[in-house]
Design a binder for this molecule. Structure first.
Ligand code: ASP
Ligand code: MG
Length: 325
């Protein structure tokens, strides 16, 4: 079967200018995006708290951060490791393992505004979608299902957009998003990654983002050991959320909780077992519970809402390229 060709090759996006180089008009635009970020953080955290999710504070250094492997979407150039008190720890790539442990043991429904550091290959800065420091609203719920998480995410995003369109008209119109930012219809469509590969080939992420005019879910994406994989069908019970004309803003999954499966996948992936000793021990003692969750990239979500060219425009101090302030 022939694959569809994308309408244009991925454009190279300029890195955003630092604060002190912005013109007056550019400062106004930056401040507008900043107000949409404040609105979004306030709105989403309130919604999660109202739904009885507990708000945990983040960890910055740990032994068991996200391996980001073997996710074909990740392109990590370097991992930051440091020795403290005689132990090697890494800067947080995501708090996925902490979420599984916290949700299983003490906080059944939780979320964290979690700063993540992912030093991706330098050329990725030019996609306009990658920054080396970002913050996700990372959430997890014990005994939740994929359907349950999808419904929750659709509800909180539609609530956010509904109230934002009422309360932030001035900002949205300055960013020319008043008319183009539409309230999506629920439930969002769900695609299987395999179908999209047939249609678009390896570049299915770009393909579906360009083609759709509504947010869509994509399921069954092979990646890290902690996402649930059905060994009989070979299908992965995980999901990414893609925004129209933009791309991925959330990834999540139902999780593995059984010792034998986790061990097998860690070994299969060649991931260092030592770093995941605690989660393995808890699984072996049957203290790890089935959970599901996801993480909403805050810069990407607000970037999509604001219609920015480069996601780093949503950051006061852009974390892309080599011009760190
Ligand atoms: N937050 C994601 C999850 O919940 C993991 C990631 O950051 O990639 O699955
Ligand atoms: Mg991931």
């Amino acid at each position: 079967m022939e694959t569809k060709t994308l309408s244009k090759a991925a454009p190279i996006i300029e890195l955003p200018k630092p604060l002190e180089q912005l013109s007056e008009g550019e400062v106004e635009r930056k401040a507008c995006i900043g107000r949409l970020m404040t609105y979004t953080l306030n709105n989403l955290t309130s919604q999660f708290v109202e739904k009885d999710f507990q708000w945990l504070l983040p960890v910055a250094l740990s032994q068991s951060t996200d391996p980001l492997w073997p996710d074909p979407g990740a392109s990590i150039e370097k991992r930051i490791e440091v020795d403290i008190y005689g132990k090697t720890v890494r800067t947080t790539a995501s708090m996925i393992i902490h979420k599984l442990i916290a949700s299983s043991l003490a906080y059944p429904k939780l979320f964290i505004l979690s700063p993540n550091i992912r030093i991706e290959k330098a050329e990725r800065a030019k996609t306009g979608k990658h920054i080396y420091e970002f913050t996700q609203l990372d959430f997890e719920a014990r005994n939740a299902s994929t359907k349950g998480v999808m419904t929750l995410v659709e509800e909180v995003i539609c609530n956010l957009l509904t109230s934002m369109k009422q309360d932030m008209k001035e900002e949205l119109s300055l960013l020319c998003r008043c008319d183009t930012l539409e309230l999506p219809k629920r439930p969002f469509k769900v695609y299987d990654r395999q179908e999209l590969e047939v249609d678009y080939g390896a570049d299915w992420e770009e393909g579906i983002a360009q083609e759709t005019s509504d947010p869509v879910w994509v399921t069954n994406i092979p990646r890290e050991f902690y996402d649930f994989e059905d060994f009989t069908t070979g299908k992965w019970d995980n999901y990414d959320l893609f925004m129209p004309q933009y791309g991925e803003v959330l990834s999540g999954a139902k999780r593995e909780w059984e010792y034998e499966k986790i061990l097998k996948k860690i070994e299969r992936d060649n991931v260092d077992k030592y770093n995941y000793a605690l989660v393995l021990k808890l699984a072996k003692e049957e203290k790890l519970k089935p959970t599901a969750g996801g993480g909403i990239g805050m810069e990407r979500l607000v970037g999509w809402i604001s219609g920015v060219e480069h996601v780093a425009e949503t950051q006061p101090f852009p974390r892309a390229g080599n011009s760190a302030r």
